[in-house]
Design a binder for this molecule. Sequence first.
Ligand code: SF4
Ligand code: SF4
Length: 287
Amino acid sequence: MKITVTSGKGGTGKTLISTSLALSLSKKYPTTYIDLDVEEPNGYIFIKPDIQKKEPITLPFPKVDYDKCNFCGVCQEVCAYNAIAVLSFNNEVKIFPELCKSCGNCVLNCPEKAMFEVPREIGTLTYGKRENLKFFEGKLNISEVTTTSAIRIVKKKSLEDIRDGEILIYDSPPGASCPMVEASKGGDYIILITEPTPFGLFDLRIAVGVVKGLNKKFGVIINKEMEGFDELYEYLKKENIKVLLKIPFERRIAESYSKGKTLSEIDKEWEDIFLNLYNQILEEVND
Ligand code: SF4
Ligand code: SF4
C-alpha cells in the first residue's frame, strides 16, 4: 500500500501527520517513511532514525568527446531547454547543468556520436531505521532545481527490497505543482492536509483539482481544527470529500511539535487513531 501525504500549502502540519502515521503503523505493519520534500526535508526531526547509509542522487549529464565533435550545432538545436551553446568560434560545446533536464536528446541526436553521459550529483539519499520503520530521505543540493527528477529517483529506491505487506508513506512536497504530482503518482491513496482558514481552503481547492485529475482516491485531514470557519466544511460537504480525521488546535500539540514529537509520543491513543485511519483507507482502496 502506497499512501501520499500532501497539502496545498506549506506549514499545515503535513510532516507531523505523515511521521505520526508512519510511526503508529510501524507498530503493527512493516512500514517505510519516505521524505520526498527534497528541497526542505524535515521528517528526520520527528522520526529520529538511526542513519545507516547515505549515497549520492545522480542524473545523467551529457559530455562531449572533442576528438569526434565537429561543432555542427545539432545538439544545441534539439535541446528544448536551451541548455547547450555550441561556440564553434571557440571550439567549445557549453552545457549548463542548471538548465539540463537529463532528457538524453542531444546524445541521441549527435550525428558524430560525440556525446556520452556521465553521472552528475544533484543531492543525497539517506537511509535509516527506527525499530520496524524504514526511513528514506531525499535532499537536493543547494541551488539544484531538479526537484521532480530527485523525487522520482527516491521513490524508485524506496521500492527496492520492500517487505511483504509493506506500507509506504510518501511525505510529499507542499503545493500542487509537478513535485507534488510526482510524489502522488503510482500510489494507492492521497491524504490531503488542510487547516480551517481562508488560505487553507484556497490551497485545498487547488490541490483537490490536481488529485481529481490524477484519478486517485483521497481524503482530507483537518489540522488545527477549531470552530468559526464554516466555509471549509461547506466546501467539503458540497464536493462530497471524506474527512478522515480532525486534529484539534491545542497548545500542547503545538509545543510538542516544536520539540519534534509525533502525536503518538504526545498521547498514546493517537496510535489507535492512526491504525483506525489506515483501516478506513484500506477499505476505501479495496472497495
Ligand atoms: S551534435 Fe555532436 S558533433 Fe554536433 S556539435 Fe553537438 S556534440 Fe558536436
Ligand atoms: S540532456 Fe536534454 S536537456 Fe540536457 S543538454 Fe541534452 S538535450 Fe538538453
